[in-house]
Design a protein around this ligand. Sequence first.
Ligand code: GRF
Length: 212
Amino acid sequence: MVVRHINIAVLVSGHGRGSNLQAIIDACSDGRITGKVAVVIGVKDDAPAMERARSQGIATVAIRSKDFDSDEAYGARILEVLAEHETALVCLAGYMRILPSSVVSAYRHRIMNIHPALIPLFRGTGMFGEHVHQAAVEYGVKVSGCTVHFVDEQYDTGPIIIQKCVPVEEGDTAETLAARILVQEHKAYPEAIQLFAEGRLRVEGRVVHILG
Ligand code: GRF
């Protein structure tokens, strides 16, 4: 098995807290991930996740889609930054948009996202943040969890890499359920990234086989 030391680019949103970003940084520091966060791409420089990255000596680049005339131009700028940082893997952590298709094709099966539900449940348009957990509580599911998956051209539809479950308990609110799931997110994302670094993910159709 060839374990690679990979450069990771993390894409965050305008107001994301960056807790998954931090979980990835920590896993790189303590060797659970053989790699480093080379760059964090966000929407604005003063977003909490961007400040968090800079305070730990990680390069940040703000790229706003609305500053570009087209999705192609926006995608080209993202690709430029990814190339500058010799990115092997892109991790979305709270990134709220569909990535330009040029980025998805250039990094096919090298872009991951984390979603705070067991896909294919509670996913897709409008299913972000608290809405996901509110929907799960209202539906009355007895388990929920998180999913790390490869990114394709739509919301939350790419091949699934890792899922972790948590119980939904009597009296849970969207907030208490979110907190229970977040603990698992912080484990699942580093695990998925390290499987990638170890070359152990093989995608066949929409199934991800974990080798070894
Ligand atoms: C997480 O709940 C993740 O599942 C979702 O966006 C949230 C980002 O949280 N995609 P954080 O900024 O990593 O704390």
